[in-house]
Structures are given as structure tokens and as C-alpha cells.
Design a protein around this ligand. Sequence first.
Ligand code: SF4
Length: 128
Amino acid sequence: MPIFLECQRCGACCRWPGQVRLSEAEITRMAAFKGQSETDFIQQFTRLRWDRGGLALQEQPDGACVLLTGEGCAVQPVKPQQCKDFPNLWQFPGSEKTCQAISREVSAEEYARRIALIRAKGNDRAAD
Ligand code: SF4
């Protein structure tokens, strides 16, 4: 039976070093969610990617995501696909040591349904 990892919103992945790549559509959705213009959102929360091939979210001084607040992700319903995909569709060595996601054995049909929800673009129904 497939194992689906249910995110507990512990925020550990939001504190790991790295970069969160953004698409134009994601910027549009996040800016609208925060009630900002896209220009203001880009200036306040984004930076160039390391390869300069697009935009990524800024980091706080301690390396945490700029959109991580004391109450969790500030854009949870419209968070970037890269964030939605973790930890079911990508992980990195050692991430399982701090990620608090709960492993659930589910049927193949249920696993496919949950993954489809994660991959659904532009909605807030991600099975995270
Ligand atoms: S994916 Fe894991 S590390 Fe990230 S918030 Fe969810 S439980 Fe925590």
C-alpha cells in the first residue's frame, strides 16, 4: 500500500536553507491573497534566483522563509507549488529527521487522489 505523508504544519521545512522558486501565476495569487499589487509583493518578498533565471522568495536573517510567521505560513491557501509538493513529491537527504509529517498507509486510489490535489494548480485544496 502506498504511504502518504500528512503535513503537520510544524514549519521545519520553512526554516531549511534553500530557495523557493516562484512562477508568475504564483506571484499573482500570493499578491492577491495579501491584498497587494504584484509590484509591491515582488519588491517586499522576492529576490532573484541564484541562477538569475527568475524570482524566488526572500529569506529572513536566520534563513527562514520570509513568509513564515509565528502562526505559520502567511500564504498557506495559495503557497507555491514547491512548498505544496514537499514532502510527498520531493525530499532531500535528512529531511525526514525533522519533518513531522505523519505516514499514512492509503489505498492506491486514495494516494492518487491526494497527489492530484497537491498538483492541482491555483486552489487551496492541497492535501497538505
Ligand atoms: S512538510 Fe514536514 S517539515 Fe514541512 S511543515 Fe509539514 S510536517 Fe513540517
